[in-house]
Ligand binder design. Sequence first.
Ligand code: PEP
Ligand code: MN
Length: 351
Amino acid sequence: MIIVTKSDVSDAEIDHIRERIESLGMRTHLSRGERRTIIGCIGDESLLDEVPLRSLPGVESVTPVLKPYKLASREFAADRTVVRVGGRDARAEFGGRAISVIAGPCSVEGRDMLLETAREVRASGASMLRGGAFKPRTSPYAFQGLGEQALRLLVEVRAATGLPVVTEVMDTRQVDLVAEHADMLQVGARNMQNFSLLAELGRVRRPVLLKRGLSATVKELLMAAEYIMANGNHDVVLCERGIRTYETATRNTLDVAAIPVLKRESHLPVIVDPSHAGGDAELVAPLAFAAVAAGADGLIVEVHPDPERALSDGDQSLAPSSFALLMQSLDAFARAAGRTIAAPVEARAVA
Ligand code: PEP
Ligand code: MN
């Protein structure tokens, strides 16, 4: 149920409406937009049958939300959400007019390669650095990531470049450690329905990059976001990264339609990972263009200084020079979609 308030509603009236609803054991969520204020109600809606909500002072309209996701639903927010990542010295944002690009290696393999990649992607216009520390690998014999050492390298390279960093958290036991180091926590496709992890991330004061599960529906992705939000963290960025279909010519099938569908269903920003979708460096640019044309708020792209020697996902990693070309070509697609590419980090306030 959402309550839209009158434009001249007072704070006291809002408090009164919320108190009436919460006294029934329901939860409320306030969303103040530029032009309207929405009070979302969560819980057993039949409890509200006895309350004359429409006649409470300050109430304009009352509408049921039939979707199973509430906090994540478009109706619950007065405006689209802009998720801000990082602190004073290293900042990025998702969901505004500008498209932000996250780039970096699949895995952090060492200091030199991370710093080199970060410098190159920053020079090409990336807003954030990615790099896996704890890697979800299909084989237990494959490189599993440098773990805590990689987290320390990410912090070091953030300080050197001003790029906020995102890295995956695979397990509830890693949440505090990863949150101490990273500006944004990634939930990988394989963990999208790890509900205890999602609940734990609700308690963290860091934005979450939530990747769509390998075979998850849009609704399941939004319910996963709802888990994080219901537990207290509203800074969630959704990521379409391709889904498993019968097609084997690509690693996954990029579900381009999911971008406008997610943006219709939810106020949360939506970004796209063309690297894991196609699984092939040659496909990264065309899939990135399609994503931006379809309304994506950002991209996350794998870049490696020497893709041939990458310890994970080399086939789909771009060399820095190819990433530079991608960024140059992306600009026209962004403009055609009525967007811009986020200003380079140098142009922002970096200490
Ligand atoms: C990754 O970003 O390196 C990764 C493992 O992605 P996904 O969870 O989408 O497969
Ligand atoms: Mn990868």
